[in-house]
Each structure stands twice: as C-alpha cells, then as structure tokens.
Ligand binder design. Structure first.
Ligand SMILES: [Zn+2]
Length: 344
C-alpha cells in the first residue's frame, strides 16, 4: 500500500514535517494570506477553547492515501461505478461530516494554527465563522482577532433568518469584521432566496465582501439515491451565481472553494460579473491553471479551509499552477486579498 512519504516524493512543493503532516516545500520568500480558515470556536456546534493545548488534527476530510489524486479538485480519485443508492451512503456521509466537525472542534486551536502557519509560511488566516439560525459565531471570530491581531482577520456570519440580521452586520463591521461568510443550502432556504438577497444587499451597503461555500463533489446521479443527490447538489454554484443578476454590478461576491468540481461554471460567472472572485481551497493545479487562463489572476484568492484541510495541499497546488508566473503567484497568495481587505 502507498504511504504518505511515497505520495509526497512525486510532489514538487509538498513534504512531511517531523510529525508526518503535509507542509510546503520551498525556499522562496512568500507573503501569504489564507483567505479561508476556521477555528474550534467559530463552528455551528458547542464551542471549545482555542487556547487548549496538545490536541492533534487528523483531517478526516482527506481521502485515504490510496484514493488520493492531487490532480483533481477535492483530491479524490474518481471511482467509476460507485454506488450511492440506499440509506448506507447517506449514513456514511453524515458520519464523516460529524467526524470532520469534531476534528475541527478539537484541533482548531491557536497552537495548531500557529504551527501550521509557521510550517507553511502563512502570515495571516482569515477566520470565517459558520453561523446558523440558532448560533451566531461572529463574536468568537472577533475575539480571535482581539487575542492575536497580527495573525488573524475576522469575517462575520449571520443567518438570513436572524431577526436582527441588518443591525448585526452593521455592528460587526464597526467592530472590525472585514467581510461576511455563510454556508447555506437550497434545502435550508426552502428554495426561497429572498432573505439571502436581502442579506447580500445589507453587506453591499456595508461594503463587506461576501464569501459563500459553493459547489459540490462529483456524483453520478444515476447511481445516487434521490435524497443524497438533493443534499449534495444543495450548494451548487448556479444557485448563488444566478442571484448576482439581482445585485449591483460592484457587489463583491467570492465563490468559496471555486465551486469544488464546478470551477468551470465559476469561471463563467467571473467573466459575467467583474466584481466577483474565486477562492481556490480544494482545487488542483490544473483547475487553478484553468481559472488563471480563463479569468486572469487578479480575482483568485488562496484559501485552504484549515482545520478541515491542511493548509499545505491547496498552497502547493497554487505554487505548481504559478511556477512559471510569479506575478500570478503573488496576486493569488496575498495581493488580491490585501486589496479586498483594504490592507494594501
Ligand atoms: Zn470552510
């Protein structure tokens, strides 16, 4: 069976650290802002303390080594004929989602974050809280920045059905939030997108960039149960992309994960809406290169989704995609983020 060591041997910008974790492999001086990260206290579950020590991350989001293929989005070998019918695949999916959240809750600590930043030459993590109707995690994200103002930038997150949505967004901006994050689906919105449009308008007025989780993994509808299909497609790119028609042309919208497997559709939206961006966590060197070729490098943002995923993997994909284009590299790693976050 293939080992992690054998896997990184073929990788130009990836190696293992002393603990066997993926870290980047380059001597170059890089300035990096990671535009997509979380912490243990900004998740839609009971918070744990980011000051906890000694907790290890295991990254259950990553495919097992034998199923890893870094050349495709989500880095998972395409399995033809995989059957996702019946109740078991739904059960496994839910079980994995639970394991991922628990791992983030346990390992999304300051200690682990600073170690990963040091191993991967990352200067700043943009912390994206994941709020639900019941739980607004924005104050926790702001607390992280208060603890370590040089290491983090906070976004806020408010559910569209929150009765104080508008006031809260204005308040969080005043308290230092530099943008807005939401993970939501058509299932949760019951296919009524009006509250989301209202929220977008509030962010536009407050001049906050908005990043949404967009996209899904590739699944074959024929071999997937109706329920799982509906669920996996519930954050698809077009759901949110089509809302841009209803927004002013200068609305700054960021496609989180560049739509995972739907990055080509994201490129189409970026062409149509000049104020939109794509954040590249979970993409491959080929899909990042595709985005650069299609839309240029001035609206692409490096993000990792740490601690759901290691910072080094997407980062090494960006380094590969920009090996011949240092200007593109600088823009994707920090210049575009600085412009968006008014840090230039
Ligand atoms: Zn995320």
């Amino acid at each position: 069976m293939l080992t992690r060591q054998e896997l990184v041997q073929a990788e130009k910008y990836l190696k293992l650290n002393e603990s066997g974790e993926f870290v980047i492999d380059t001597d170059e001086d890089l300035e990096i802002i990671d535009f997509h990260t979380h912490m243990c206290n900004v998740l839609p579950i009971k918070h744990s303390n980011p000051k906890s020590k000694g907790n290890k991350l295991t990254f259950p989001t990553l495919p097992p080594i034998e199923k890893t293929d870094f050349s495709v989005p989500y880095w998972t070998k395409e399995e033809l004929n995989i059957n996702r019918k019946g109740i078991m695949p739904i059960f496994h999916y839910a079980q994995n989602a639970y394991a991922v959240l628990q791992d983030m809750k346990k390992g999304g600590t300051y200690d682990n974050c600073f170690k990963s930043q040091a191993d991967n030459k990352i200067g700043i993590n943009v912390v994206l809280p994941l709020s639900t109707k019941k739980c607004d995690c924005s104050p926790e994200a702001l607390r992280i920045v208060a603890d370590y103002p040089n290491r983090f930038i906070a976004f806020c997150s408010v559910h569209p059905d929150d009765p104080e949505m508008e006031e809260k967004i204005v308040k969080y901006k005043a308290l230092g939030a530099k943008g807005f994050k939401l993970k939501i689906s058509d299932i949760e919105l019951k296919n009524d997108f009006k509250p989301l449009i209202r929220l977008f308008r509030t962010c536009h007025e407050a001049e906050l960039p908005v990043i949404l989780h967009t996209g899904s993994i590739p699944v074959d509808q024929e071999r997937t149960s109706k329920l799982l299909w509906k669920f996996l497609r519930s954050t698809r790119v077009e759901l949110f992309g089509r809302l841009l028609e209803e927004m002013p042309k200068d609305f700054v919208f960021i496609f989180g994960h560049s739509g995972v497997c739907e990055y080509k559709r994201v490129a189409e939206y970026l062409k149509r809406f000049p104020a939109t961006y794509a954040e590249v966590s979970s993409q491959s060197q080929h899909s990042i290169k595709y985005l650069i070729d299609e839309v240029g490098y001035e609206r692409l943002l490096f993000g990792s989704d740490w601690p759901a995923l290691p910072q080094a993997i997407t980062l090494s994909r960006v380094l590969m995609a920009t090996a011949e284009n240092k200007e593109a590299r600088d823009h994707i790693l920090s210049k575009n983020a600085k412009r968006l976050l008014n840090q230039a």
